[in-house]
Design a protein around this ligand. Structure first.
Ligand SMILES: C[S@@+](CC[C@H](N)C(=O)[O-])C[C@H]1O[C@@H](n2cnc3c(N)ncnc32)[C@H](O)[C@@H]1O
Length: 287
């Protein structure tokens, strides 16, 4: 099992955590969000937490303060092109703001693999959300197909593509349930070289179709296997809030790719003073 922490090449910092919350500086705003992992005590004085420009609590949702600045942008410096990949952050109905900075460890990894290829690899990003992994793969030279069931998420990702000055990048945007899309791609005989999939523990598409990890993941992996080339270039399988060990994701992948050298572990956020890591998500991956 391995632990990966966020890339240094972003404008994100985890300043402190504790008392069920985390204090994060992202670009020109500092925000406080609930996080049930943070059962320890904060290190920084309360005054520093009180200066936050927006606070999320389960009871009240987001509360914006007078010092909240807009536009609010997350940036990641692409390791190949050195250009900024940008996500326009929003205070949404949930505590999610559009980016999962811990995933930058995966973005560095896929960029390195993609840039070494002589021809543009075909990459599929399932449950793609606001498009960070899609844009990173496209900027590294891949032709990317991005799938998300939410029209709002696709609109958001497309506007991030413009903000990141990637309008000429090869990205196909698909609004659909991932399983339905995969079934269609199998019929068309489409083949992909690399996959990024980050399914939610529980999700619902706009027609009300439910995705439940425990019930649907095996079938989904079976569909993915049918559109992957026999020896995939890479496969990233990530997951949040599952209550499992990362070994569960490893063992699932092993059923479908018994020859692969799969590594698994946690994505964690390193605190700015370097003392603590905050666990965020599980992953299994291979190349
Ligand atoms: C946890 S987010 C993924 C995070 C993303 N990979 C990232 O790194 O930013 C979950 C996304 O899955 C989408 N989703 C949920 N159920 C879905 C389904 N059945 N088919 C396609 N997308 C779905 C949601 O709309 C949401 O954008």
């Amino acid at each position: 099992m391995i632990i990966l922490t966020q890339s240094e090449a972003t404008n994100y910092q985890l300043l402190d955590s504790g008392n069920g919350k985390k204090l994060e500086k992202i670009g020109n705003n500092t925000v406080v969000r609930t996080d049930s992992n943070c059962v320890w005590q904060p290190q920084l004085p309360a005054e520093q937490w009180q200066k936050a420009s927006a606070v999320f609590t389960k009871k009240a949702g987001w509360q914006k303060q007078k010092n909240f600045k807009e536009p609010w942008l997350f940036t990641y410096q692409h390791p190949v092109t050195k250009k900024s990949i940008v996500c326009d952050l929003h205070l949404s109905q949930s505590k999610n703001i559009g980016v999962f900075p811990e995933q930058s460890a995966h973005w560095n990894w896929i960029s390195e693999i993609i840039e070494k290829q002589k021809t543009a690899p075909q990459v599929l990003n399932l449950f793609g959300y606001s498009g960070m992994a899609t844009m990173v793969a496209a900027a590294a030279g891949a032709e990317v197909c991005h799938v998300d069931a939410s029209q709002a998420a696709i609109n958001w990702a497309r506007s991030n593509q413009q903000l990141s000055k990637l309008s000429t990048a090869s990205i196909r945007w698909i609004i659909d349930d991932c399983a339905k899309f995969l079934a269609r791609e199998i019929k068309r005989g489409k083949v992909y070289d690399g996959i990024i999939m980050d399914p939610p523990a529980f999700g619902r598409d706009e027609k009300g179709k439910v995705f439940e990890f425990e019930k649907h993941i095996y079938e989904l992996l079976g569909l993915v296997k049918q559109i992957m080339r026999p020896k995939p270039l890479f496969f990233i399988f990530n997951g949040y809030s599952m209550g499992y060990s990362a070994m569960v994701l490893h063992n699932l992948l092993l059923d479908f790719y018994p020859q692969a050298k799969i590594e698994c572990g946690e994505l964690q956020l390193k605190e700015a003073d370097g003392l603590r890591n905050l666990p965020c998500s599980l992953f299994a991956r291979f190349k």
